[in-house]
Design a protein around this ligand. Structure first.
Ligand code: ADP
Ligand code: MG
Length: 318
């Protein structure tokens, strides 16, 4: 009688990459700059793949999609501008391409033949999400007052952005479901490094005829949290440019957190330790993963990821 041997399944990690992994503050955003940053991040992620983990990656796209919107607006007299959802899909392709190429280079250098692939991913949002009644997220180029007025008459929501000019604002609805989740799951199961739901995913709403794109942006940390939940990942990791989350950040009594429970996270959040536009959404995304049954989430920087999964770096949320 032949014995049935069940091989241990490699743990699955979903990683959400912050904007800094692709483009740093004070950089112009040239292709070479973006490639160099992506390559440095990929080197760290490749170590994770070599360390016997299955990896699914998601990433931000703020500067990239912002630049696309500026290009489309500037050239609209020559080429019709594309809507935001199509620009989001474009940016998924561009960033996914850079990651695929650099990940492969680093994996190859380490002697690995693991495959890497990007999936253009739609993320369902609720058409009745209150965010649609109150757009908050500034996107695209800055306009002067006259252009802002003209755009308002065309039905766009335009606000004055901290003295720098006028900008369009779009809704940031809560992600409900990763439309292509079965495909991401199949890729992860096959041991393929999948890059999915880039930029928080292309936001779509369900209609009688199927999904349709909408002008909105989904928070990439929240989409990453949902991706990790729907894949039943063993670990959700948010990578940004700090190695640990802090209390009293940038104050004389700043304190790095090695870990925090869900209830501690709730308390620190209500005490205002995590800024709304930066660390707040990351902590919330980790909390959501745990609330939905996830075991562990970690916030750290790309260079610390290998130590962090061994419990030697980063901030663990449990
Ligand atoms: P990303 O672009 O990677 O998504 P953000 O710049 O939006 O990241 O957010 C990460 C930043 O949050 C850190 O660089 C840090 O300056 C800031 N931050 C705000 N509050 C905290 C905190 N309590 N602990 C650590 N960093 C914090
Ligand atoms: Mg950011």
């Amino acid at each position: 009688m032949s014995e049935v041997v069940s091989l241990p399944v490699k743990p699955l990690i979903v990683i959400a990459l912050g904007g800094n992994a692709i483009l740093r503050a004070r950089e112009k955003g040239t292709y070479n700059e973006q490639m160099a940053n992506v390559s440095a991040t990929s080197a760290n992620l490749a170590k994770l793949v070599m360390g016997n983990f299955r990896v699914v990656i998601t990433h931000g796209n703020g500067p990239q999609v912002g630049n696309l919107l500026i290009q489309h607006a500037a050239a609209q007299n020559q080429v019709p501008a594309l809507p935001m959802d199509a620009c989001g899909a474009q940016s998924q392709g561009q960033i996914g391409y850079m990651m695929q190429q650099t990940m492969r280079q680093h994996l190859r250098a380490a002697g690995s033949v693991v495959d890497v692939g990007t999936l253009v991913t739609q993320v369902e949002v609720d058409a009745a999400d209150p965010a649609f009644a109150k757009p908050t997220k500034p996107v695209g180029p800055f306009y002067d007052a006259a252009t802002a007025e003209r755009m308002r008459s065309q039905g766009y929501c335009v606000i004055e952005d901290s003295g720098r000019g006028y900008r369009r604002v779009v809704p940031s609805p809560i992600p409900q479901h990763i439309v292509e989740i079965n495909i991401v799951r199949a890729l992860a199961k096959a041991g393929i490094v999948a890059i999915a739901a880039g930029g928080g995913g292309v936001p779509v709403v369900a209609t009688e005829a199927g999904y349709k794109g909408v002008e909105a942006v989904i928070d990439k940390d929240m989409a990453g949290s949902l991706l990790a939940h729907e894949l039943d990942a063993d670990l959700f990791v948010v990578l940004t440019d700090v190695s640990r989350v802090c209390l009293h950040y940038k104050q004389p009594d700043q304190e790095e957190l090695k870990s925090m429970s869900l209830s501690q996270a709730h308390r620190y959040l209500s005490e205002g330790h995590f800024a709304a536009g930066s660390m707040g959404p990351k902590v919330l995304a980790c909390m959501k993963f745990i609330e939905r049954g996830g075991k562990q989430a970690i916030i750290t920087n790309p260079a610390s990821i290998l130590e962090a999964v061994k419990g030697e770096a980063g901030t663990v949320i449990y």
